[in-house]
Design a protein around this ligand. Structure first.
Ligand code: MF3
Ligand code: CO
Length: 247
Protein backbone atom coordinates (compact mmCIF):
# COMPACT_ATOMS: atom_id res chain seq x y z
CA UNK A 1 0.00 0.00 0.00
CA UNK A 2 1.33 3.42 -0.94
CA UNK A 3 1.37 5.82 1.98
CA UNK A 4 0.65 9.30 0.65
CA UNK A 5 2.21 12.01 2.83
CA UNK A 6 0.52 15.10 4.25
CA UNK A 7 2.20 18.50 3.88
CA UNK A 8 3.12 18.25 7.54
CA UNK A 9 4.92 14.96 6.95
CA UNK A 10 6.66 16.31 3.85
CA UNK A 11 7.91 19.24 5.93
CA UNK A 12 9.32 16.75 8.45
CA UNK A 13 11.04 14.90 5.61
CA UNK A 14 12.79 18.06 4.41
CA UNK A 15 15.34 17.84 7.21
CA UNK A 16 16.70 14.33 6.68
CA UNK A 17 16.67 15.01 2.94
CA UNK A 18 18.67 18.22 3.41
CA UNK A 19 21.18 16.36 5.57
CA UNK A 20 21.61 13.73 2.85
CA UNK A 21 22.06 16.38 0.18
CA UNK A 22 24.63 18.32 2.20
CA UNK A 23 26.48 15.16 3.17
CA UNK A 24 26.84 14.21 -0.48
CA UNK A 25 28.08 17.71 -1.32
CA UNK A 26 30.62 17.42 1.49
CA UNK A 27 31.77 14.00 0.25
CA UNK A 28 32.07 15.43 -3.25
CA UNK A 29 34.40 18.14 -1.96
CA UNK A 30 36.63 15.64 -0.13
CA UNK A 31 36.69 12.40 -2.07
CA UNK A 32 39.98 11.76 -3.84
CA UNK A 33 42.47 9.14 -4.98
CA UNK A 34 44.32 7.43 -2.12
CA UNK A 35 41.32 7.40 0.20
CA UNK A 36 39.80 4.06 1.21
CA UNK A 37 36.08 3.44 0.87
CA UNK A 38 36.05 3.13 4.67
CA UNK A 39 37.37 6.67 4.96
CA UNK A 40 34.53 7.83 2.69
CA UNK A 41 32.11 6.10 5.05
CA UNK A 42 33.69 7.83 8.05
CA UNK A 43 33.19 11.22 6.39
CA UNK A 44 29.55 10.33 5.77
CA UNK A 45 28.84 9.10 9.28
CA UNK A 46 30.49 12.10 10.93
CA UNK A 47 28.74 14.60 8.70
CA UNK A 48 25.29 13.05 9.18
CA UNK A 49 25.67 12.91 12.96
CA UNK A 50 27.05 16.44 13.28
CA UNK A 51 24.03 17.64 11.26
CA UNK A 52 21.72 16.10 13.86
CA UNK A 53 20.74 13.15 11.72
CA UNK A 54 21.02 9.42 12.18
CA UNK A 55 22.75 7.23 9.58
CA UNK A 56 19.86 4.88 8.75
CA UNK A 57 21.92 2.24 6.96
CA UNK A 58 23.90 1.23 10.07
CA UNK A 59 22.35 -2.02 11.23
CA UNK A 60 19.69 -2.01 8.52
CA UNK A 61 19.27 -5.71 7.71
CA UNK A 62 22.70 -6.09 9.29
CA UNK A 63 24.45 -3.57 6.99
CA UNK A 64 27.63 -2.50 8.83
CA UNK A 65 28.15 1.11 7.64
CA UNK A 66 26.58 4.53 7.13
CA UNK A 67 27.16 4.61 3.38
CA UNK A 68 27.07 2.19 0.50
CA UNK A 69 30.30 2.90 -1.37
CA UNK A 70 30.33 1.12 -4.73
CA UNK A 71 33.41 1.37 -6.96
CA UNK A 72 33.42 0.75 -10.75
CA UNK A 73 31.97 -2.76 -11.32
CA UNK A 74 30.16 -2.63 -7.96
CA UNK A 75 26.63 -1.50 -8.80
CA UNK A 76 25.11 -1.01 -5.36
CA UNK A 77 25.44 -1.75 -1.65
CA UNK A 78 29.23 -1.82 -1.58
CA UNK A 79 30.38 -2.36 2.00
CA UNK A 80 33.10 0.18 2.86
CA UNK A 81 36.46 -1.53 3.38
CA UNK A 82 40.18 -1.09 2.69
CA UNK A 83 39.77 -0.68 -1.08
CA UNK A 84 41.76 2.38 -2.09
CA UNK A 85 40.26 4.80 -4.60
CA UNK A 86 42.45 5.48 -7.57
CA UNK A 87 42.53 7.94 -10.42
CA UNK A 88 39.99 6.91 -13.08
CA UNK A 89 37.59 5.17 -10.66
CA UNK A 90 33.93 6.02 -10.40
CA UNK A 91 32.41 5.76 -6.93
CA UNK A 92 28.72 5.68 -6.06
CA UNK A 93 28.02 6.95 -2.58
CA UNK A 94 24.48 6.06 -1.51
CA UNK A 95 23.30 7.35 1.84
CA UNK A 96 20.19 7.40 3.95
CA UNK A 97 19.66 9.60 7.01
CA UNK A 98 16.75 9.87 9.36
CA UNK A 99 15.54 12.72 11.48
CA UNK A 100 12.08 13.62 12.82
CA UNK A 101 11.11 9.95 12.36
CA UNK A 102 11.54 10.14 8.57
CA UNK A 103 14.21 9.09 6.11
CA UNK A 104 15.89 10.80 3.18
CA UNK A 105 17.85 8.82 0.55
CA UNK A 106 20.12 9.90 -2.29
CA UNK A 107 23.12 8.76 -4.27
CA UNK A 108 25.77 10.39 -6.44
CA UNK A 109 28.46 8.78 -8.56
CA UNK A 110 31.74 10.66 -8.19
CA UNK A 111 34.64 10.63 -10.65
CA UNK A 112 38.11 10.24 -9.14
CA UNK A 113 40.49 12.47 -11.03
CA UNK A 114 40.63 11.96 -14.78
CA UNK A 115 38.13 9.27 -15.83
CA UNK A 116 38.03 7.59 -19.26
CA UNK A 117 35.64 9.49 -21.58
CA UNK A 118 33.30 6.52 -22.07
CA UNK A 119 33.00 6.02 -18.31
CA UNK A 120 32.43 9.73 -17.74
CA UNK A 121 29.66 9.54 -20.33
CA UNK A 122 28.06 6.65 -18.43
CA UNK A 123 27.99 8.78 -15.27
CA UNK A 124 26.54 11.74 -17.15
CA UNK A 125 23.83 9.70 -18.90
CA UNK A 126 22.84 7.94 -15.64
CA UNK A 127 22.22 11.34 -14.07
CA UNK A 128 20.33 12.38 -17.20
CA UNK A 129 18.15 9.25 -16.86
CA UNK A 130 16.89 10.58 -13.53
CA UNK A 131 15.97 13.91 -15.09
CA UNK A 132 14.27 12.20 -18.05
CA UNK A 133 12.27 10.18 -15.53
CA UNK A 134 10.95 13.22 -13.68
CA UNK A 135 10.24 15.19 -16.85
CA UNK A 136 6.46 15.39 -17.03
CA UNK A 137 6.07 13.32 -13.85
CA UNK A 138 3.12 14.65 -11.84
CA UNK A 139 -0.19 13.65 -10.31
CA UNK A 140 -1.82 10.95 -12.44
CA UNK A 141 1.36 9.74 -14.13
CA UNK A 142 1.40 5.92 -14.39
CA UNK A 143 4.14 4.54 -12.15
CA UNK A 144 5.96 2.59 -14.86
CA UNK A 145 6.37 5.69 -17.03
CA UNK A 146 9.35 6.38 -14.75
CA UNK A 147 11.11 3.17 -15.71
CA UNK A 148 10.09 3.57 -19.32
CA UNK A 149 11.84 6.95 -19.48
CA UNK A 150 14.98 5.64 -17.79
CA UNK A 151 15.17 2.56 -20.00
CA UNK A 152 14.60 4.49 -23.23
CA UNK A 153 17.41 6.88 -22.46
CA UNK A 154 19.89 4.31 -21.14
CA UNK A 155 19.34 1.78 -23.92
CA UNK A 156 19.59 4.50 -26.58
CA UNK A 157 23.18 4.82 -25.39
CA UNK A 158 23.70 1.05 -25.49
CA UNK A 159 23.74 0.70 -21.73
CA UNK A 160 22.18 -2.00 -19.55
CA UNK A 161 19.43 -1.15 -17.05
CA UNK A 162 19.85 -2.97 -13.75
CA UNK A 163 16.76 -5.08 -13.10
CA UNK A 164 17.27 -6.66 -9.70
CA UNK A 165 17.35 -3.40 -7.75
CA UNK A 166 14.71 -0.70 -7.95
CA UNK A 167 13.70 2.64 -6.53
CA UNK A 168 11.09 2.73 -3.80
CA UNK A 169 8.71 4.75 -1.70
CA UNK A 170 10.17 6.32 1.45
CA UNK A 171 8.92 7.91 4.66
CA UNK A 172 8.87 6.49 8.17
CA UNK A 173 10.45 3.42 6.59
CA UNK A 174 13.53 3.50 4.36
CA UNK A 175 11.78 1.25 1.86
CA UNK A 176 8.05 1.68 1.35
CA UNK A 177 5.69 0.84 -1.49
CA UNK A 178 5.76 1.19 -4.40
CA UNK A 179 8.78 -0.46 -5.95
CA UNK A 180 10.01 1.84 -8.74
CA UNK A 181 11.72 -0.17 -11.48
CA UNK A 182 14.06 1.50 -13.95
CA UNK A 183 12.44 -0.33 -16.86
CA UNK A 184 8.81 -0.70 -17.88
CA UNK A 185 5.97 -0.21 -20.26
CA UNK A 186 4.64 3.28 -20.79
CA UNK A 187 1.09 3.88 -19.56
CA UNK A 188 1.11 1.05 -17.01
CA UNK A 189 1.19 0.88 -13.22
CA UNK A 190 -0.75 2.79 -10.59
CA UNK A 191 -1.44 6.43 -11.25
CA UNK A 192 0.60 8.45 -8.79
CA UNK A 193 -1.20 10.63 -6.29
CA UNK A 194 -0.16 13.99 -4.85
CA UNK A 195 2.06 13.61 -1.80
CA UNK A 196 3.60 10.30 -2.88
CA UNK A 197 7.29 10.36 -1.94
CA UNK A 198 9.59 8.26 -4.11
CA UNK A 199 13.27 7.48 -4.43
CA UNK A 200 13.98 7.48 -8.15
CA UNK A 201 17.36 5.88 -8.74
CA UNK A 202 18.63 4.80 -12.14
CA UNK A 203 21.35 2.14 -11.86
CA UNK A 204 22.95 1.88 -15.28
CA UNK A 205 25.70 -0.40 -16.54
CA UNK A 206 28.14 0.09 -19.37
CA UNK A 207 27.57 -3.52 -20.47
CA UNK A 208 25.24 -6.21 -19.26
CA UNK A 209 22.46 -5.49 -16.76
CA UNK A 210 23.11 -8.84 -15.11
CA UNK A 211 24.61 -8.70 -11.64
CA UNK A 212 26.18 -11.09 -9.17
CA UNK A 213 26.02 -10.84 -5.43
CA UNK A 214 29.38 -10.67 -3.67
CA UNK A 215 30.28 -13.17 -0.96
CA UNK A 216 29.53 -10.53 1.71
CA UNK A 217 25.85 -10.84 0.76
CA UNK A 218 25.52 -7.09 0.04
CA UNK A 219 27.67 -5.81 -2.78
CA UNK A 220 26.39 -6.46 -6.29
CA UNK A 221 28.81 -6.45 -9.22
CA UNK A 222 28.09 -6.46 -12.94
CA UNK A 223 28.41 -9.97 -14.37
CA UNK A 224 30.87 -8.68 -17.01
CA UNK A 225 32.75 -6.51 -14.49
CA UNK A 226 32.18 -3.40 -16.59
CA UNK A 227 31.44 -0.21 -14.63
CA UNK A 228 28.00 0.88 -13.47
CA UNK A 229 26.72 4.23 -12.22
CA UNK A 230 23.91 5.20 -9.85
CA UNK A 231 22.10 8.49 -9.29
CA UNK A 232 19.22 8.97 -6.86
CA UNK A 233 17.00 11.61 -5.32
CA UNK A 234 14.00 11.62 -3.00
CA UNK A 235 11.09 13.39 -4.72
CA UNK A 236 7.50 14.38 -3.92
CA UNK A 237 4.78 14.01 -6.55
CA UNK A 238 2.93 17.31 -6.90
CA UNK A 239 -0.07 18.53 -8.94
CA UNK A 240 2.17 20.14 -11.52
CA UNK A 241 5.42 18.19 -11.31
CA UNK A 242 7.80 16.85 -8.72
CA UNK A 243 9.64 18.54 -5.89
CA UNK A 244 13.14 17.18 -5.36
CA UNK A 245 13.93 17.06 -1.64
CA UNK A 246 17.60 16.03 -1.92
CA UNK A 247 18.82 18.56 -4.47
N1 MF3 B 1 19.79 3.66 -0.73
C1 MF3 B 1 20.03 2.29 -0.46
C2 MF3 B 1 18.79 1.49 -0.79
O1 MF3 B 1 17.73 2.05 -0.89
C3 MF3 B 1 20.40 2.20 0.96
C4 MF3 B 1 20.64 0.88 1.46
S1 MF3 B 1 21.12 0.99 3.08
C5 MF3 B 1 21.49 -0.61 3.39
O2 MF3 B 1 18.84 0.31 -1.01
F1 MF3 B 1 21.63 -0.70 4.64
F2 MF3 B 1 20.51 -1.39 2.97
F3 MF3 B 1 22.58 -0.88 2.74
CO1 CO C 1 17.31 4.11 -2.15
Amino acid sequence: MIHVKSEKEIDLMREPCKIVKETLEFVGSRIKAGMSTREVDELVERYIRSSGGNPSCIGYGGFPAAACVSVNEVVVHGIPDDRILKEGDIVSVDIVADKNGYHGDACRTFCIGEVAPDVKELVRVTEECFFRAIEGLRVGTPLFDIGYAVQQHAEAHGYGVIRSYTGHGIGREMHEDPSVPNYGKRGTGVRLRAGTVLCIEPMIAMGTWKVKLLADGWGAVTADHKPAAHYENTVVVREDGVEILTL
